[in-house]
Design a protein around this ligand. Structure first.
Ligand code: FAD
Length: 477
């Protein structure tokens, strides 16, 4: 049984911030000793190369933030339940508190931990903080989960967000004895990044302070033009905050409040920005209510489509050597920066699934390995939305023509030249960085001839339309 003096284990996961952190604030208010812990557990072990590396950097900065308020972050490695039990024994804590996560792996782990602790007479308590609305609270009039974005957005706006911003605690009560902590460097979370880490490092913004600065700069300089410019590949017109949201270095509430304030101030891009923040919510609500979205086609009929598997052709897609400039530039941007422009994500996903007829899961897995803003909900929803296998108001077969998209959203070719060395006589530094980051085994050099298209635009369109016919027939049967 918890007593007024028994310590609380605060299990930090994707909530690496001091402000807007309900579990942390409540623990501070309780006056009880708090032992913040981060675990290299089965879920973290399973992350792709880039998100695992980036998470480690976030943990390091968060540990320092905790030190700044007089406490510590204890690091332990091993299966969550076993390690938590050890920590409970070592600290005399009777409760574990955490911020809720909504992907199937974390839900399964958390349920198992909760049940085992309960059986042992111990308590597990979960808190909100990762979303604006808990997935079971925003539902249709019939009490069903939303499957279509627009009514979801209207409901979100109509409901408003009930959560309040929370200031960072200035102190936490510390335990009399700290348990042993492991050394973050020993975990080598960046091992799978190989030589890519040094290249990607130049593009990241780690930690809560960096995230808040990013938000403030975005509101000041880019919010006004956001609706107009966010689709332009050649401009830096969005917030870049998905990286920080992914690790909880900033709360969605902070973005929501900034958007609301900008709307009151009459900034024209503010509503579009809020809508994007709500797309993230929508993805999480879909994930929670239909968790198979991470593994299987949301529309079951797409499971029997003759998708092509991983192949030598998909390696060319990963390498940015499809011979379609805008697709290849985007794939290089991903490898060099750990990010990709939102429109470019749609273009490369469309090319892989519609032109190359390759399973969306191949692309989903590659993104999960390369994106520093990898997010289980947005990634699964994004891939299935483009592939046509996800939920839509009136499903139709989306085909992005890479040529017209490039002409519209990269009118001067700036984006393509920025990332693709082979198309310039004197490539910029940005494009050359790819060759420092990519595996040596790929044997790629900037002076190689640029390849002919893997799938030309006319052939791609034909394949996509044939697939559309397949879908129309199969969805009727
Ligand atoms: P901004 O334009 O500044 O938008 C603000 C916030 O709104 C973002 O940080 C993000 O949280 C949310 N948002 C914006 N666009 C979307 C969207 N289309 N879907 C869901 N949320 C959105 N986003 C990820 O965070 N992680 C992923 O792994 C991911 N994978 C994707 C895969 C595909 C195939 C596609 C098409 C999209 C994917 N997205 C993913 C969504 C989107 O591309 C990114 O959220 C966006 O590019 C982030 O840039 P930003 O922070 O500058 O966004």
């Amino acid at each position: 049984m918890p007593t007024e003096t028994s310590p609380i284990l605060l299990w930090c996961r994707r909530d690496l911030r001091l402000s807007d952190h309900p579990a942390l604030t409540e623990a501070a208010r309780s006056g009880r000793p708090v032992v913040p812990v981060f675990l290299l557990d089965e879920v973290v072990e399973g992350l792709g190369a880039a998100p695992k590396w980036r998470l480690g950097l976030g943990v390091d900065v968060f540990a320092k933030a905790l030190e700044s308020i007089g406490t510590r972050l204890i690091l332990r490695r091993g299966p969550a339940l076993r390690v938590l039990r050890e920590l409970l024994r070592e600290t005399g804590a009777t409760e574990v508190w955490w911020t809720r996560q909504y992907d199937p792996d974390q839900i399964a782990r958390d349920k198992a931990v909760k049940a085992a602790l309960h059986d042992a007479g111990l308590e597990a308590r979960s808190f909100p903080g990762h979303l604006l609305f808990e997935p079971w609270t925003l539902q249709t009039g019939q009490g069903k989960p939303y499957q279509i974005y627009t009514p979801f957005w209207r409901a979100a706006l109509g409901r408003g967000v009930a959560q309040q911003r929370l200031a960072p605690p200035t102190a936490l009560t510390t335990p009399q004895h700290w348990p042993e902590s492991e050394d973050l460097a020993d975990w080598q979370l960046g091992r799978a990044m190989n030589r890519g880490a040094e290249v990607v490092r130049a593009y990241i913004h780690v930690g809560e302070a960096a995230a808040q600065m990013r938000l403030a700069t975005f509101v000041r300089d880019r919010m006004e033009g956001y609706a107009r410019d966010r689709d332009r590949l050649d401009l830096d017109a969005s917030s870049g905050l998905s990286e920080n949201l992914a690790y909880g270095e900033i709360s969605p509430l902070a973005l929501w409040e900034a958007g609301q304030r900008a709307m009151e101030d009459g900034k024209s891009g503010a509503e579009t920005f809020l809508k994007e923040v709500v797309w993230r919510e929508f993805a999480y609500h879909l994930l929670y209510h239909t968790p198979h979205i991470t593994q299987e086609s949301w529309r079951a009929s797409w499971e029997s489509f003759p998708w092509k598997p991983e192949s030598a052709e998909t390696l060319r897609w990963k390498q940015g050597r499809t011979g379609i400039e805008v697709v290849d530039a985007a794939m290089r941007e991903l490898y060099v920066t750990g990010r990709m422009h939102n429109r470019a994500r749609m273009l490369v996903a469309s090319y892989l699934t519609k032109h190359m007829l390759t399973h969306w899961r191949v692309g989903q897995r590659w993104f999960a390995d390369c994106l520093i803003d990898w997010d289980p909900a947005s990634n699964a929803m994004g891939w299935q939305w483009v592939a046509g296998s996800g939920p839509d108001a009136s499903p139709y077969f989306r085909i992005f023509n890479p040529q017209t998209q490039a002409e519209t959203f990269d009118p001067e070719g700036t984006y393509r030249r920025r990332w693709l060395a082979e198309i310039s006589d004197d490539p910029p530094e940005t494009a050359l960085r790819f060759f420092d980051a990519c595996p040596r085994s790929w044997g790629m050099t900037p002076d190689q001839d640029y390849p002919a298209p893997l799938v030309g635009l006319a052939e791609g369109r034909k394949r996509a339309l044939d697939a559309h016919e397949w879908w129309k027939t199969s969805s009727r049967t």
